[in-house]
Design a protein around this ligand. Structure first.
Ligand SMILES: Nc1ncnc2c1ncn2[C@@H]1O[C@H](COP(=O)(O)OP(=O)(O)OP(=O)(O)O)[C@@H](O)[C@H]1O
Length: 288
């Protein structure tokens, strides 16, 4: 299988450098992209989607070079933007038919076959005649993936697809991404660390224009090794508690409170070290 390769990509807006000499190599599977607001994730994904050009550097997939043939690059890419919202007056079928024509599937029979298959894949067959404006948030996101999948792209880019979804839809959406990713490269940008831990094989943090890649998610979690503690206290102890560090979570029961504390030093005598999560590793990396 071909790899997607980014070589020394730079991008500035005015004097502000958003992407700084970034290189990356991706094989099929789901690659998670994390980073604080404004870090440049959307800018990076728009460059990979061949919507905007880097100031310099090259993106390639096999022999195909983005700088030479951006139109060919677009043909092998499916993109679900963060603000996907199309054609509210169209129904699901009409919407996909329209996008399929834009993607150059000009024979009607081929289009209908492709749309049928994709509707089944994203589980929207029953809603093919429903107007886009009447779809729920989760259904709309699935339509977004459906339009991105038309033309069987080799690379799929999804920008914060689970924001605003309820837990059931979020799980369904993650399952769908997993199914899609078995033979293609999926780049998933998200603020929701749970999206990464439940679907991605590898991830990276974009920060100050640079990318820190974690080929295994455990390596990201392990950044917080030795810094995450469990502490169980009763309610009156909790009132008097003075700890060093930050309470990451607390569970309140009738007879006790269970605390998870993020601290470089032991936060109290009774605290016990515990395995960090990916989110805690991410917080540690950003903090340092
Ligand atoms: N067309 C543009 N012109 C000028 N500045 C831009 C443009 N697009 C993005 N920026 C700036 O580039 C920076 C990175 O934006 P980008 O949308 O890529 O970040 P992001 O990581 O996707 O953020 P978020 O997580 O909030 O979506 C921001 O400071 C933004 O204001």
């Amino acid at each position: 299988m071909e790899q997607l390769i980014l070589q020394q990509i730079n991008k500035s807006y005015g004097k502000k450098q958003i992407i700084d000499d970034l290189s990356l190599q991706l094989a099929p599977g789901i690659f998670g992209l994390l980073g604080p607001n404004g870090a440049g994730k959307t800018t990076l994904m728009r460059m990979i989607a061949a919507i905007i050009r880097p100031d310099n550097g090259e993106i390639t997939y096999g022999k195909l070079k983005w700088s030479e043939h951006p139109e060919k690059a677009r043909q092998i890419i499916g993109y679900l933007p963060q603000d996907f919202d199309v054609l509210p007056q169209f129904n699901v079928m009409e919407c996909l038919d329209y996008v399929a024509q834009l993607k150059g599937i000009l024979v009607k029979k081929e289009r209908l076959e492709a749309i049928d298959q994709i509707l089944e894949r994203v589980n929207l067959q029953k809603h093919a005649k429903l107007k886009v404006k009447k779809l729920s948030g989760g259904m709309r996101r699935r339509l977004g993936i459906a339009q991105a999948l038309l033309g069987e792209p080799k690379i799929l880019i999804v920008d914060e697809p689970t924001t605003g979804l309820d837990p059931e839809e979020r799980i369904r959406f993650r399952n769908l991404l997993r199914e899609i990713a078995w033979n293609r490269i999926v780049i998933l940008s998200t603020h929701i660390v749970e999206d990464i831990s439940s679907t991605c094989s590898a991830a990276a943090i974009l920060y100050q224009g640079k990318l820190k890649v974690f080929k295994q998610l455990e390596n990201l979690a392990s950044l917080a090794n030795g810094q995450v503690w469990n502490l169980i206290v009763n309610h009156s102890e909790f009132q008097r508690l003075s700890i060093t560090g930050e309470i990451v979570s607390s569970k309140i029961f009738s007879d006790r409170i269970e605390l998870r504390i993020w601290s470089e030093q032991k936060p109290s005598e009774e605290a016990v070290l515990t395995e960090p999560t990916i989110e805690e590793g991410y917080m540690t990396w950003i903090k340092n």
